[in-house]
Design a binder for this molecule. Sequence first.
Ligand SMILES: C[S@@+](CC[C@H](N)C(=O)[O-])C[C@H]1O[C@@H](n2cnc3c(N)ncnc32)[C@H](O)[C@@H]1O
Length: 308
Amino acid sequence: MTRPASVGEALRAATERLRAGGSRSPRLDAELLLATALGVDRAELFRAPERVLTCGEERRFDSYVVRRQAREPVAYIRGRRAFRTIELEVTPAVLIPRPETETLVDVALEALAAAPAGSDAAGGAPAPSPYEPWALDVGTGSGCIALALAAENPFVHLVATDVSAAAVEVARRNAARLGLGGRVDICRGDLLDDLPPRTRFDLIVSNPPYIPTAEHRALEPNVRDYEPRLALYGGKDGLDVYRRLIPAAAGRLRPCGVLAVEVGAGQAAAVRALFAAAGAFAPTRERTDLAGIPRVVFARLSPRHAGG
Ligand SMILES: C[S@@+](CC[C@H](N)C(=O)[O-])C[C@H]1O[C@@H](n2cnc3c(N)ncnc32)[C@H](O)[C@@H]1O
């Protein structure tokens, strides 16, 4: 019979198994999985590296390592993922929030801070003070963008939509757990088609599916085999959703409202052209992510289209 392992020994052995299994971050993966198996935060592993695992903890940790060796993403094994200031539940029904999407949240927060005082989303009522802007997140997935905006801007109200009923359930649970359900209304819908007809927004954001379908085979197995297809693929050139979303969004923005979308590497020019083709926006701008890749394309509704 082998002696029970300490935290330090379990980490070293799992790191080697994960390295051999092809993980690019075997030590970090092992730490996150062991912390989850023990029900502690990661820092606790360093405080007590000599702590001995119980048989149940060893079994649980081993099952997580086996799943990771099969390339299942760590976030799905743990059932959660940090995004900006919040932690989100994630299941295989939703895309795992990516660091590059935080750039879209930066652009959105700046747009909200600059939102001109207007009337409420239903139209007509005088603006309260301070102004409470309305934003729409299309394709909300886990709710990461909408909930990060609500967590970081105490005045914004949001509607968040997704065509996936399972994603809507996850996003609603995240909103409730974070105590943000009162300002974030999450509903099932196909892009903007199912919103009440007269609703208008100061800001529309979206991180739509944008991977060209033919790139399926080239994706990492942890993405290709585990994340929802509906969240990944945007048709032959990856731009199908932008073609519908951009003109539809123009009709749902308030005067000077902003549309900001995340784009895939190499797609910014094509998406800027779609903004221009809609004929409703001021000149587009773009923002690069931390890797220097143009990641967000955004523009204000042109003054000529105010009220459109
Ligand atoms: C790339 S994921 C983004 C998820 C999340 N916003 C994020 O940034 O992590 C795209 C999301 O759009 C949703 N989606 C795909 N087609 C849609 C459509 N026609 N209408 C609404 N949502 C759609 C998918 O279900 C998925 O949740």
